[in-house]
Each structure stands twice: as C-alpha cells, then as structure tokens.
Design a protein around this ligand. Structure first.
Ligand SMILES: NC(=O)c1ccc[n+]([C@@H]2O[C@H](COP(=O)([O-])OP(=O)(O)OC[C@H]3O[C@@H](n4cnc5c(N)ncnc54)[C@H](O)[C@@H]3O)[C@@H](O)[C@H]2O)c1
Length: 255
C-alpha cells in the first residue's frame, strides 16, 4: 500500500513557523505541491523546504485568519490557481504569543481573538476551500490540543477553542462524509518549541518537566514528531479513517 501523496495539492495554514513549517516540509518530502497560508512572511519556510527539496513546489498565500474577508480572498486565490484541494491542514492558530493568564484576567478582546482565529478561522478555511475539496474528495486535518483533553490552566480561551475544534471535526466528518470528504483531528501534547516557550515564559521548564514526567515516553515532544501522523491521516493509508481524534503526545493522554 502506498501513501499516494505525490502531486497532491496540500494547503497548510500556519505555514510560517513551528509545527506548520515542519508539516510543509513533510509534504514536500513526499512530492506534494505545498500551498502555505499564513499572515506572517513565509520566506523562511520556503528556504527550509528548498534546502532539502530544491525542486519542491511551494506557493505562499497571505491570509489573516482573524479576518473573514482575507480568508475569502485567500481561498478564492488558491482555488483560482489550483482548482482542486486534496488536503487541508488547519494548523494556524493563536498559541505562540499567548501568555499564561488566569481566567479572571483574560481580556474579552483576547478571548474573542483566540476564538475567532482558532475556531472561526478553521471553519472559514474549510468553507472557502470546499469547492476544491469536493473536486478531489479530499481530506481535512484540524489541529486540536491536549489542552482541551487534559484541561490546562492559564489558557481557558485557547483550551476552549481546541475543544471546539474536536466538536467541529466530528460534525464535519458526519456532514461531509456523504461527499467522500474525510475530516480528522490531531491533539499534540505540549511541544518543546518557540510558541510553547513564549506561552510558559519563565515557568516553561517546569511545565515541560511536569508534562514529560506524565507521559509514558519520557522525552520532550518535538515539532517533527507531529508530521508523520498528519501525513498518515492525509494519505490513502487512512482512506477508511474519518471523524477521529488522534493524540500525538508520547502517552500523555490514554484516549
Ligand atoms: N506547541 C504546542 O505545544 C502545541 C500543542 C498542541 C497543539 N498545538 C497546535 O499546533 C498548531 C501549531 O502550533 P505551534 O506550536 O507551531 O505554534 P506557532 O505559534 O509557532 O504557529 C502558529 C502559526 O499560526 C500562524 N497564525 C497565527 N495567527 C494567525 C492569523 N491570524 N492568520 C494567519 N496565520 C496565523 C502563525 O503565524 C504561525 O505560523 C496550533 O494549532 C497549535 O494550537 C501546539
């Protein structure tokens, strides 16, 4: 059996850095056409991909996931260029840049921004690219988080947004299954990366230590370790898999 991802059109949001950049590299590595979406500059991602895959196809689309009009424009531009979308990975979210904040100190504007980017932005990307997904009977992979399953203090808006992603994934799998479109989610544990360090600040080393101790596998989770599960869910190997949530967390949550 083959993954069958060669030449597929794969849209990855959150492509400018972090896990999203590694996901782009993973798809480039199996000769997919990678379509990066972010509001940050994606030149570093392009350089990173070309460093290992000089001939890979990487196209960038600047989209602000907080802005419905920007998403609509971006999706229209992607469809105008590619017509079909085989895979949509909704990785882009507000995580890096957030700081540990007790629930009674979260400003209403920050609550709205997190929910709008992480939940509405994911929904609108799926809605905007649906014509392309329909053409290919494609697959959607949404990024949830162990924060929603384990219950993480200091980020109520973020954990709530990731809980919504799980509900959205299951409902969409039911709704789009009739058209042959698969929708799955991944819940990584705490990843040892720049975004998590920004969130934890000086408490990050203790956060990481506590998480690693709670995992079955006692090593920190790193960005590259998320990629294989994304490729699997996107691939022909996962053809009968839809509506699932896969924890990718070294055994943090036995789900
Ligand atoms: N790092 C972790 O521990 C962890 C754990 C579980 C789940 N996740 C999820 O994995 C995904 C990637 O996380 P990460 O650690 O790489 O974080 P990150 O902050 O490094 O990456 C997030 C990406 O989303 C983009 N983004 C943010 N707001 C945007 C907007 N308004 N418009 C367009 N793009 C926007 C950023 O530019 C960035 O490229 C997120 O969905 C996150 O919630 C992360």
């Amino acid at each position: 059996m083959e993954m069958n991802l060669k030449g597929k059109n794969v849209v990855v949001t959150g492509a400018a850095r972090g896990i999203g950049r590694e996901i782009c590299a993973g798809f480039a590595g199996v000769d997919a056409a990678v379509i990066g979406v972010d509001f940050r500059d994606m030149a570093d991602t392009e350089g990173y991909l070309r460093g290992t895959q000089p001939k890979c196809r990487f196209e960038k689309f600047s989209v602000d996931l907080a802005d419905p009009a920007s998403i609509e424009r971006g999706c229209a531009a992607i469809l105008a260029k590619f017509s079909t979308v085989d895979v949509l990975v909704n990785d882009g979210a507000l995580w890096g840049g957030l700081k540990i904040t007790p629930l009674d100190k979260i400003p209403a504007e920050e609550w709205d921004r997190v929910i709008n980017i992480n939940v509405r932005g994911t929904y609108l990307m799926i809605k905007g690219l649906l014509p392309g997904l329909r053409k290919s009977q494609g697959s959607v992979i949404n990024m949830a988080s162990s924060a929603a399953l384990r219950g993480s203090p200091g980020c109520l808006h973020y954990a709530t947004s990731k809980g919504a992603i799980i509900g959205m994934t299951r409902s969409l799998a039911s709704e789009l299954g009739a058209e042959g479109i698969r929708v799955n989610a991944i819940a990584p544990g705490l990843v040892d990366n720049e975004a998590s360090r920004q969130f934890g600040g000086e408490k990050f080393p203790k956060m990481l230590e506590g998480t690693v101790a709670a995992q079955c596998l006692h090593t920190p989770l790193v960005e590259k370790e998320i990629v294989g599960t994304v490729l699997y869910l996107a691939s022909a190997l996962a053809a009968p898999i839809t509506g699932v949530l896969l924890t990718v967390d070294k055994g943090l949550i036995k789900y």
